[in-house]
Design a protein around this ligand. Sequence first.
Ligand SMILES: Nc1ncnc2c1ncn2[C@@H]1O[C@H](COP(=O)(O)OP(=O)(O)OP(=O)(O)O)[C@@H](O)[C@H]1O
Ligand SMILES: [Mg+2]
Length: 425
Amino acid sequence: MRVMVIGSGGREHALTYAVAKSPRVDEVLCVPGNAGTASIGQNIEVKAADPDGLAVLARQRGVDLTIVGPEAPLCAGIVDRFEAEGLRVFGPSKAAARIEGDKAYAKRLMKLAHVPTAEGRVFERYKNARDYVATRDTGVVVKAAGLAAGKGVSVCEDPADGLLALERIMVDRVFGDAGDTVVVEELLKGQELSVFALVEGCTIYVLETVQDHKPIGDGDTGPNTGGMGAYSPAPIATPDMMAVVERDILVPIVDAMRNDDAPYHGLLYVGLMLTAAGPKVLEFNCRFGDPETQPILMRLQSDLIDLLEAVVDGRLADAEVHWSPRPAVCVVMASEGYPGKYESGKVIEGLDHVAAMKDVYVFHAGTRRIENVTVTSGGRVLGVTALGDDIADAKRRAYEAVEAIHFQNAYYRRDIADKAIPTDG
Ligand SMILES: Nc1ncnc2c1ncn2[C@@H]1O[C@H](COP(=O)(O)OP(=O)(O)OP(=O)(O)O)[C@@H](O)[C@H]1O
Ligand SMILES: [Mg+2]
């Protein structure tokens, strides 16, 4: 079987890693891939945002299944394009991908389906949004409704900052058309949790639990990033909590999408805030998350291809999934300055040494090969992931590996998974 993985980040390296483990897979094409995927698949330089070029490539190379990593091609309709050509592809249709690509649509659907989420309003006119925020005396969150590569959200403890965020989005238009519509919502408090569910029509299978770390600094301080590390399972996600998430969030939203002629097929990501009043939805994404995918796929014992094909072929209800009971921790190594300005092109050392470590895998994100050396080429560079006998053991192994990897201006948080490690107090 020949599989194509679209994208170039840590998520795509993790998907390629899991796919390449399948005894049914002969070849993995990574488009465009990175220095990590090149070691287990074949990288091909075609842009992820070029549905036509990708469809031609899939046909020419006789690809049996395509897995789409990032949201942009999904929201651009790559799945519809592939299916129109009879090419098998894992991911939601353009209409269903709006659940991520249009936060205003998602907000309306949540209201319709009575899904618990932050109180909020949608605005298309700057003046109305400004007048609304001016009436608020507590924190607000201002979100560009369209795709903004994870940078479109401003969390404002002070409503005055909300006015500045509105001006940047709707007047200065820093996110272009993505800011034509905004969502303004109440600022929620609590721990965040990511829930991954495979969805096929009305069949829902929830994957193992996982928690990300969005802020750049230890103790969840500083600006938000794309994610600085994750661990699985997440003890905070008790079976009772997960039952509530499935009953009050997943089932209603999947039904609402089907009733809106946008049945969901693919991986549905729910970003939750665990508030005192229970879990509330911050957002939905229409793809695997990054870095959450890395520890989750390291724990998956079943064949990922069987699972994704069960979604594509409408057989999810019969799928059996096995997970390692051992926890996994992923620590992201980033370039100093991220999520702001940073330098690239730094030589990475220690990867061979770490490759020999047991139960450790280094998922590449922003890396590329230049004349036999691997150099940094992004804000987030590596996702160093380890399995352990318990979460403390997995954390210890991950940091042992992190400390054996060197590149100039490397930055990483020191407290990934601490939330799940019981203190002796
Ligand atoms: N209502 C809210 N209250 C408090 N914090 C919030 C709220 N909405 C969003 N946030 C914070 O902002 C972050 C990003 O928001 P959101 O997930 O909606 O945007 P995104 O840009 O689509 O993120 P991603 O890149 O993960 O898809 C959240 O992870 C959370 O930390
Ligand atoms: Mg999102």
